[in-house]
Design a protein around this ligand. Structure first.
Ligand SMILES: Nc1ncnc2c1ncn2[C@@H]1O[C@H](COP(=O)(O)OP(=O)(O)OP(=O)(O)O)[C@@H](O)[C@H]1O
Ligand SMILES: [Mg+2]
Length: 303
């Protein structure tokens, strides 16, 4: 019983006793009108949102598309060397939340983010922050592989070039090779580096996009359903890769596949209608969920 109670008492459930807007500061697209509107408290998250040594912290994050609130007061840490899986039914806000982590929502008209998100202790919505650099530090891999219409080599070399990471052609060659090796693609492409990236298979293209993200020394890699366009073999390769990449990076993956979340992640976060319902160690979430909605979702009762 104590354990169950414990699960329901966390910073969020305590927080709703006070003004839910307290402590928030508007971090993007400040809109005075919305600020005055009282925010309904969101559902308290079940489970521990904290990790011992976070790479990123998200506190009281809300996302609005115009008047509509798509993310409701979400707080969660992202650990070092962990794969965090984000699951939940279509439209619950997984992609929206993921895009907050490298300010991709800035590019969407009418989208407004409040709350605080830090990377290594630094507020990523600080107006003085270089967003291009942030997006290198927090790289993104999309559902549909999207290589640039350039050669395999240039796809990987482009980022290091614009960020000035290589002093010479030799250094650039080395970054390209190392990144392709880490992405598990080098052996397949080393003799065709000057062919177009789009000439690769879907699974190879996705690994090329991972190599492109790795090439600029990220700390965190965001992946939004990275395998949904891939066959089981290509999917297996990406999943193996995630295990290897975790040694160096933090990975946040959105997936509709419960099996995939169980295979690749150490922690799982379950979203529902903009709320972060439950977060915890992946094995526990899938074997002993504490919230009814989590249980209903993982047992296939909805979604
Ligand atoms: N650019 C946008 N403009 C307006 N509303 C949006 C926009 N993008 C998403 N939304 C809305 O925000 C909510 C969350 O959408 P989001 O794409 O984050 O969900 P999701 O969990 O990633 O869903 P899926 O599993 O289908 O990819 C939905 O109600 C959606 O309609
Ligand atoms: Mg999505």
């Amino acid at each position: 019983m104590e354990m169950v109670m414990d699960a329901f008492v966390n910073t969020k459930s305590l927080k709703i006793l006070k003004d839910p807007r307290q402590g928030d500061h508007v971090v993007a697209g400040d809109d005075a009108k919305n600020e005055r509107e009282p925010l309904k408290p969101s559902t308290a998250t079940v489970g521990d949102i904290h990790v011992a040594d976070p790479r990123m912290t998200c506190r009281h994050v809300n996302v609005f598309y115009g008047e509509k609130r798509a993310i409701r007061d979400v707080s969660i840490d992202i650990g070092r060397n962990e794969v965090l899986a984000m699951i939940g039914p279509s439209g619950c806000g997984k992609s929206t939340f993921l895009r907050c982590l490298n300010r991709m929502n800035d590019t969407i008209d009418g989208c407004r983010v409040t709350g605080t998100i830090t990377l290594d202790g630094q507020d990523i919505y600080d107006p003085a922050l270089d967003v291009v650099l942030l997006r290198a530090q927090v790289g993104m891999v999309f559902q549909k592989p999207n290589p640039f219409p350039k050669s395999i080599y240039d796809n990987v070399a482009y980022g290091p070039k614009i960020h000035g990471l290589a002093q010479s052609r030799e250094e650039l060659d080395e970054i390209v090779e190392t990144s392709l090796r880490k992405a598990g693609l080098w052996e397949e492409v080393k003799d065709r580096l000057h062919q177009s990236g789009t000439s690769l298979s879907g699974g190879q293209q996705q690994r090329l996009c991972i190599a492109r993200a790795i090439a600029v020394n990220p700390e965190v890699i965001l992946m939004d359903e990275p395998c949904s366009a891939l066959d089981p073999i290509a999917t297996g390769r990406i999943e193996d890769l995630m295990h290897e990449l975790r040694a160096q990076y933090s990975i946040v993956i959105v997936t509709h596949s419960m099996q995939q979340a169980a295979r690749v992640s150490q922690r799982t976060a379950f979203f529902h209608m903009g709320d972060l319902i439950e977060v915890g160690p992946t094995d526990r979430i899938f074997t002993r969920p504490r919230h009814k909605l989590t249980e209903d979702y993982i047992t296939g009762r909805f979604g």
